[in-house]
Design a protein around this ligand. Structure first.
Ligand SMILES: Nc1ncnc2c1ncn2[C@@H]1O[C@H](COP(=O)(O)OP(=O)(O)O)[C@@H](O)[C@H]1O
Ligand SMILES: [Mg+2]
Length: 360
């Protein structure tokens, strides 16, 4: 039984590998047995940060050539590391036998307290499957708008697959507390508005020149500079993780792999609508789509309401006009038809003519 944490981001270069490795070491320094699974296929993976370049990896385990114990790097500064590399790419297309082999291989590894997955950049099916199957997701972002947008995209996909637990956010390479707060608030507001998924802050890691110095010397900064600001941030995150872990139930590792691999199996099956097929433009999460539909319906309703009220007002105006008109008509003094007075007919032409001229 282990606590399984996937560290992800959406965007590369934000510090996933640095945080995965140093957090693993920090947890180990607190007495926990930690296994770091290097599922980062990028260039700056655990190999670079540790200076260890294994010649065997998960691929040999999947093919059944080796057991996990043959490929695992034991006791690197107190932690064990599983080099995933090319094997991780293969996870998406395993045969049933390979799936069984892999799950069985992980049955031997149940002695860990923490299992940390460092993932690649991007939102691949493998990354999502790790996320969906794990206890906790740590989403790393920086204060840069592009990183926040990518973090949001990742949350949108997780929300689409109805990931239930809150995703824990770490803002890395922070230059000021204010900018970190602003970045988190921006992400939180957008998520709250459009997604059903929840996020919560786990911590920040300050931008620290010793992090780069440690990369160059291929020794984790937590070991090389234990008191540097980045290491202190990692310690604070570790404390929060441990405190929170007291309230969660451990997950058997084989169950994790079962969940993970069946997610990938369904993901690859076109008849199961887990992800929109190619050509389908909508990548919206169901909750988001529903919210959007609700908003459109509300908009239409309010338009109908306003049209109705204009109509009612018009009808009222017409009625009032008719009433007034009727009232006026009713109260108009009756016209008496006065018959014209019979004209005096005079035979005196001159006097008649005089009368006519006066009239003109
Ligand atoms: N807190 C930090 N302060 C300074 N530099 C950092 C920090 N975190 C990461 N970096 C640097 O950023 C680069 C990318 O980090 P990395 O952990 O490889 O990112 P990712 O795994 O997300 O691609 C590395 O060169 C690393 O030294
Ligand atoms: Mg990386």
């Amino acid at each position: 039984m282990a606590r399984i944490i996937t560290i992800t981001s959406g965007k590369g270069g934000v510090g996933k590998t640095s945080i995965s490795l140093n957090l693993s070491l920090s947890l180990a320094s607190k007495g926990f047995k930690v296994c770091l699974f290097d599922a980062d296929l990028g260039l700056a993976n655990v190999n670079i940060l540790t200076g260890i370049y294994p010649d065997k990896d998960l691929e040999s385990v999947i093919s059944g050539q080796l057991g996990l114990n043959d490929v695992i790097i034991k006791n690197y500064q107190g932690i064990d590391i599983i080099p995933g590399s090319s094997g991780v790419e293969k996870l998406a297309n395993l045969t049933r036998t390979q799936t069984g082999t892999l799950i069985n291989a992980f049955l031997d590894l149940n002695e860990y307290d923490y299992f940390i997955f460092d993932t690649s950049a991007g939102i691949s099916s493998q990354v999502i499957s790790f996320c969906m199957a794990s206890h906790q997701i740590i989403l790393v972002a920086t204060c840069e708008p592009t990183s926040l947008t990518d973090a949001y995209s990742m949350l949108k996909v997780l929300s689409k697959y109805e990931y239930k637990r809150p995703v824990r956010i770490v803002i890395n390479q922070v230059k000021s507390g204010k900018s970190a707060k602003r970045a988190y608030a921006k992400l939180k507001d957008t998520v709250k508005k459009f997604l059903s998924i929840k996020i919560e802050p786990l911590g920040i890691v300050a931008s620290d020149k010793n992090v780069r110095a440690a990369v160059i010397s291929q020794t984790p900064f937590f070991m090389l500079f234990p008191d540097t600001i980045a290491s202190r941030c990692i310690k604070a995150i570790t404390k929060k993780l441990i405190d929170k872990a007291r309230h969660t139930v451990d997950l058997p590792l084989e169950l994790f792999w079962d969940k993970c691999l069946s997610f990938l199996e369904n993901y690859n099956r076109p008849e199961i609508d887990l992800i929109p097929e190619k050509g389908v433009t909508s990548t919206k999460a169901p909750a988001e789509e529903n919210k959007e539909k609700d908003l459109n319906i509300k908009k239409e309703l309010s338009q109908i309401e306003s049209k109705l009220s204009t109509l009612i007002k018009d009808v009222g105006d017409i009625k009032q006009f008719l009433d007034t008109h009727e009232f006026i008509e009713k109260n108009r003094p009756e016209k008496k038809i006065v018959p014209p007075e019979p004209e005096e007919i005079s035979l005196d032409f001159e006097s008649w003519l005089n009368k006519k001229n006066k009239a003109f």
